[in-house]
Design a protein around this ligand. Structure first.
Ligand code: SAM
Length: 234
């Protein structure tokens, strides 16, 4: 059997890209991106900046507004024998990002889909949080409205696993206030900001203290929030 270095077979390559630190594009990801026939990406200008210099594959847009129509076309390319890479602006495609529909379209036709492992903000945050990692529930982005967010926290109040969600710069303090309101001041959380970047900050503390720490610092950037199971003490 030929190795990947000798011959890159037709497939949809789901390629993880850095969530901050550019050095985290893996050698395998770089090798595959420089050898595929086409690269589907969210923002072509952003993707061009992280591509290895020897990449000459055309970039085609695949984002939340067109993935429904692009997905069958990507599957058709793989069926014709092309090597198609799928990337997003950061992290693993399909994780709070486009990708699911393209993967589904290929799988529905029995075509090869291969992961090219890379960073993922939720996994990085869990790994450094100091909160239990044996079982967790990833909730993606929470709803923008306070009442809907609070309902989610209340529903999972007694869950025996760590909750993980993505949060925006605009809502981080509100989300922490909602956790405090619904789960109590002592509930342990981790707020992981700007992971792998210059201003990386990770605060693991009871939510009231974590909220104060976040309020004192900068709320700019990207956040992952984790909520420990009930009665967990640091
Ligand atoms: N596909 C990505 C992944 O694998 O993590 C997630 C993409 S999602 C559109 C972007 C969100 O992920 C951000 O709003 C933030 O909540 C989280 N995120 C991405 N990069 C991050 C980082 N460097 N530090 C903290 N959170 C990050």
């Amino acid at each position: 059997m030929q190795t990947e270095e000798e011959s890159l077979p037709p497939a949809l390559y789901v390629v993880g890209t850095p969530i901050g630190n550019r050095a985290e594009l893996s050698p395998r990801a770089a090798a595959i991106l420089s050898r595929v026939d086409v690269i589907a990406c969210e923002d072509t200008r952003h993707t061009r900046r992280i591509l290895p210099e020897d990449t000459d594959a055309p970039l085609i847009p695949c984002h939340e507004h067109n993935e429904n129509t692009v997905a069958p076309a990507l599957a058709e390319r793989v069926a014709r024998g092309e090597r198609v890479a799928l990337v997003t602006d950061a992290g693993m495609p399909g994780i709070s990002d486009p990708g699911f529909r393209a993967v589904r379209a290929c799988r529905a036709r029995g075509l090869a889909v291969t992961p090219v492992s890379g960073p993922c903000a939720l996994v990085d945050a869990l790994a450094v949080s100091g909160l239990p990692t044996d079982a967790f529930l990833f909730l993606g982005f929470l709803p923008p409205k306070t009442a809907a967010r609070r309902r989610i926290f209340t529903e999972h109040a007694d869950a025996p696993y760590t909750l993980v969600f993505y949060e925006s710069t605009h809502r981080i303090l509100k989300a922490l206030a909602d956790i405090e309101e619904t789960l109590g001041k002592e509930r342990c959380v981790c707020v992981a900001r700007e992971l792998t970047k210059r201003h990386e900050t990770v605060v693991t503390a009871p939510v009231a203290a974590a909220r104060e720490a976040v309020a004192r610092g900068s709320q700019k950037g990207e956040f992952v929030v984790l909520v420990a199971k009930k009665d967990y003490v640091l």
